[in-house]
Design a protein around this ligand. Structure first.
Ligand code: C2E
Ligand code: CA
Ligand code: CA
Length: 637
């Protein structure tokens, strides 16, 4: 930004200098000019007087060259008559030997201007008429002119200084005012971002920790397990997963109350924390379920840890005089023998834990024979490729309500995969497989193709819907995405203004520079960008603020319980306020009840999505739903 103070100082210096030069010029040049002109005039006068006298006297000399000096009365007469023309002048007839013959007029006062004119007898110079006059009156006039000029310079100085300075000051004031406004706006924006960032950190912490025991929660556990597995791959080590489920917890909770249940959970977690090594990552997965990651595991070490944990729960837990016996069942799985992904390892530990419960053993290892539950990842990966190639992926659309008008604003596109053998595959599962195996670009392209075709059909039938499409981390690093979307949109006559692309913070942070480029290209084209799942991202928002985003979608985990959970309420409220300060619209996901719909509307949220409004449905169902009464009911709220 321009340094206003410096600019003002520089400008005033220039003005001051200019005014000074003008004043000096007036004060010096006018008297000097006057002096030069007046002295020229004075000397002209003097010279004419001397020449006139010399001319007449030269005639006398010419008439009597030898006796002229003796004709004193005549010469004097004549000089006097000439002298009368200007009595301030002193005239003298001087011989060539500098001898004064006659003078008229007194000796002029210093300083003096003196001139001479030649006396001749027709051929030779015989003397001089010397004329002199005092310059005092002239200098006195010059002094007066000087004083006048000085006064004029002072006046000019005042005028020149006040006029531009007043204008300058006004200009500077308004500049400074707009500067202050601009600064305020920047500060306000920065503050909002800082608050949003702070909020994000709190949300991030909360999203990774269990409130009751302050232990890491399920999603933190899965992240950590993923990191541990990756490290183990590099080092060629094993990773053990122990899933611990308390056996009598439900009875304690039901008979002695939730308070007592909470106390039990806290003291169990304390026993575990006190005994476990720092390298053992302990988490509470929810309810009465805990899990531990054992690094550099082996069958013997995992077994030893399972026995230690069992032993820790052997002594009764004493609360309010109750001696409670809370044993646990532990399921153990190990990477790489029992799975290659965190969710697989955890699921297998879970199956083993149920096996332990059923058989009454304190712990059990996972055995593949007892798992006839779910498809294996390898098979799914191969079949997903096939499903994309054969376009077996279909789409569901979930309506998004404009809370201001109560009307349907648009739909979010959600991919679905109906597997011939396993049935509907969870989108989180197959999207992750697609991301991990590089199939996500092909999948996103397929989704875009089907979705934009559908959108153009709706629009052709006067169904004015907006459409939001999910974009994965790898998509937002792929520069070809922009051209692809643009081409598909053009081929179906779909306008970019009808589209929003949903990205998550973490996907943007993977390579922020590339993501920024792609996002800016999409925005320039005319599409909007939404930050999806806000609140469960892992990065700070400082980079997101550099992106051209239009919308924030609050993750459903903050909205589902919003009417009962004061923390979630506060988080959603601040997120809405801060987003509005930043010019972003806000969508609440996971609106499952009329109460939460009413509450988020009251909090000023712009859009809502969730099962209460409508579950994700097929396009034909959506057409029916749009005509149904359920929309009218929403308008009443
Ligand atoms: P998302 O983008 O957060 O999508 C919203 C998810 O919330 C959907 O799950 C939707 O069914 C679910 N949902 C909507 N309303 C409610 C509600 O009121 N309560 C609850 N509990 N859930 C609600 P879905 O369809 O299982 O999708 C899961 C995730 O898979 C999506 O989360 C998105 O991250 C990803 N995904 C789905 N389709 C695509 C796709 O085409 N491309 C990409 N890259 N990701 C996709
Ligand atoms: Ca989404
Ligand atoms: Ca979401």
């Amino acid at each position: 930004m321009i340094d206003l103070v410096n600019a003002q100082e520089r400008l005033s210096r220039v003005i001051n200098l200019t005014v000074l030069v003008i004043s000096l010029a007036i004060t010096i040049l006018i008297p000097l000019g006057y002096y030069l002109v007046a002295s020229k005039y004075e000397s002209g006068q003097l010279m004419r007087q001397a020449d006139h006298a010399a001319e007449v006297i030269s005639k006398i000399i010419y008439a009597s060259p030898n006796t002229w000096k003796l004709q004193e009365p005549r010469l004097l007469d004549f000089l006097e008559s000439t002298h009368k023309r200007n009595s301030r002048v002193r005239l003298a007839i001087v011989t060539t030997k500098n001898k004064i013959i006659i003078t008229v007029g007194g000796i002029p006062e210093f300083p003096v201007m003196a001139l001479q004119s030649r006396l001749s007898d027709g051929a030779t110079t015989v003397g001089w008429i010397k004329a002199s006059v005092s310059l005092r009156p002239l200098l006195f006039q010059v002094l007066l002119v000087f004083l006048g000029s000085f006064a004029l310079a002072v006046a000019v100085n005042i005028v020149l200084r006040t006029l531009p300075f007043a204008a300058l000051e006004r200009a500077m004031e308004s500049l400074a005012e707009s500067g202050v406004l601009l600064k305020k706006e920047i500060v306000a924006k920065d503050e909002a971002y800082a608050e949003l960032e702070g909020l994000n950190k709190i949300i991030h912490y909360k999203s990774l920790h269990d409130e009751l025991t302050a232990l890491p929660n399920r999603s933190y556990f899965l992240q950590e397990l993923s990191t541990s597995v990756n490290c183990a791959v590099e080092k060629g080590e094993n990773v053990g997963v122990l899933l611990i489920d308390l056996n009598r917890f439900k009875i304690i909770n039901d008979t002695l109350g939730h308070q007592m249940g909470d106390e039990v959970l806290i003291s169990v977690s304390k026993r575990f924390i006190n005994k476990l090594a720092d390298s053992n990552f302990l988490a509470r997965l929810g309810g009465d379920e805990y899990a531990v990651i054992l690094l550099d595991s082996s069958f013997a070490l995992a077994q030893e840890l399972a026995e230690t944990l069992t032993a820790l729960l052997r002594p009764h837990i004493v609360i309010d005089g109750y001696h409670l016996n809370v044993p646990a069942s532990i399921g153990v799985s190990q990477f790489p023998e029992h799975g290659s992904t965190p969710s697989q390892l955890l699921r297998h530990a879970d199956i083993a834990m149920y096996q332990a419960k059923r058989s009454g053993q304190p712990y059990c290892w996972y055995q593949s024979e007892i798992d006839n539950n779910t498809p294996d990842q390898l098979a799914l990966t191969a079949e997903l490729r096939n499903a994309i190639d054969k376009k077996q992926i279909h789409l569901h659309y979930q309506p998004k309500i404009d809370l201001c008008t109560g009307t349907v604003f648009g739909v979010e596109v959600l991919a679905r995969w109906m597997h011939p053998k396993f049935g509907e595959v969870d989108p989180d599962t197959f999207i992750k497989i697609a991301e991990r195996t590089g199939m996500i670009n092909a999948l996103t392209n397929l989704v875009l193709e089907i979705a934009l075709k559908q959108l153009s059909e709706w629009r052709a039938n006067h169904v004015q819907l907006h459409m939001s499409i999910n974009i994965s981390a790898q998509n937002i690093q792929n520069i070809a995405l922009v051209d692809y979307i643009r081409n598909v949109a053009e081929s179906y006559d779909v306008k970019p203004e009808w589209l929003t692309l949903e990205v998550t913070e973490s996907s943007v942070m993977y390579d922020p520079e590339q993501a920024r480029q792609i996002i800016s290209n999409l925005v320039q084209w005319g599409a909007s960008i939404a930050i999806d799942d806000f609140g469960i991202g892992y990065s700070s928002l400082s980079n997101v603020k550099l992106l051209d985003i239009n919308e924030l979608k609050i993750d459903r985990s903050f909205v589902v319980d919003i009417t009962d959970n004061a923390d979630d309420h506060a988080i959603v409220k601040s997120t809405i306020e801060l987003s509005h300060r930043l010019g972003l619209t806000v969508t609440a996901e996971g609106v499952e009840s009329r109460e939460s719909f009413e509450l988020i509307k009251e909090l000023g949220c712009d859009y809502a999505q969730g099962f209460y409004i409508c579950e994700p449905i097929m396009s034909e169902e959506l057409t029916q739903w749009l005509k149904s009464e359920s929309i009218e009911k929403l308008k009443m709220i």
